[in-house]
Design a protein. Structure first.
Length: 277
């Protein structure tokens, strides 16, 4: 379980996280959604002891992330946004060094289990520099799971991956939920949060502006959107509560009209007037 209370973090005159309150349940897959600069990565850095807050406190499994950082590090796994694998070593060597640094018991069996989970066991003795970007992201996930953490942090886990590889990564993330781990992921991919998360928190300018299940967030603004390009070439949109309402609105337009279901980006736009990019 993660408890965040009044979390604030400044970088000079910029307030990256602004008085954040949030509770994430044990075993939950939770997503922090928002554009670059919203405060997602800074929040993860505080929770993973990489930076200290200026105010507030964070508790993971009953331990304070500032005062008891050693206990926190024993209980978390992290897939960072930046690739920090040793590219001159093999996949197995990367995991062996990590397991030694973190005193992982029965390390050889766990290395095999984690590499098999991410479908890299047959490439265990391949130097990482020969891996594709997707394979390296999978290896980062395997490394984070080695110590069997109770909380797994994924910072933009599928960034830079093509859609097919991204969905393979999602399947692997879903597997972690089978073992009861809490998963916290940050993403600006709308479909990623929708596909993986039980609840989503939407951040903007360091603040949490919405918190609910993806379905409830979408239903809160209306179930459907009618889109049409007007005579001046501008996109016109109208949100409708039901499909029948959308059909009635669409009948009044001329030209190419699209009716689609709302998504989490529509929620974000309604709340902030901005797009997630």
């Amino acid at each position: 379980m993660i408890e965040i209370k009044n979390l604030t973090k400044n970088y000079g005159s910029v307030r990256a996280v602004d008085n954040l309150d949030l509770t994430i349940d044990q075993g939950e897959v939770f997503g922090l959604l928002g554009p670059n600069g919203a405060g997602k990565t800074t929040t993860i850095k505080v929770l993973t002891t990489l930076t200290k807050p200026d105010a507030g406190h964070c508790i993971i499994d009953g331990f304070d992330v500032v005062r008891q950082s050693f206990e926190i590090k024993k209980r978390i796994g992290v897939v960072p946004q930046e690739n920090n694998l040793d590219r001159d070593l093999t996949a197995r060597e990367n995991l062996t060094i990590y397991s030694m640094l973190h005193n992982v018991a029965d390390r050889q069996r766990k290395i095999e289990d984690c590499l098999k989970m991410v479908n890299l066991w047959d490439r265990r003795d391949t130097v990482v520099s020969g891996f594709s970007g997707g394979m390296q992201r999978r290896l980062l996930l395997a490394r984070a799971l080695l110590s069997q953490p109770s909380v797994l942090f994924l910072d933009e886990p599928s960034i830079g991956l093509d859609p097919q590889i991204r969905r393979q990564m999602w399947d692997m993330i879903r597997k972690t939920g089978i073992y009861g781990q809490t998963v916290v992921l940050t993403t600006h991919y709308i479909e990623e949060a929708d596909a993986l998360c039980r609840r989503v928190g939407i951040m903007s300018h360091g603040q949490l502006i919405a918190l609910d299940t993806p379905g409830n967030l979408k239903n809160s603004i209306g179930g459907y959107i009618v889109e049409c390009i007007d005579a001046e070439g501008k996109l016109q949109q109208q949100i409708c509560p039901t499909r029948d309402d959308a059909n009635k609105i669409a009948a009044g337009y001329t030209g190419n009209v699209i009716i689609r279901k709302t998504n989490l980006e529509d929620v974000f736009i309604q709340l902030t007037g901005e797009r997630i990019e």
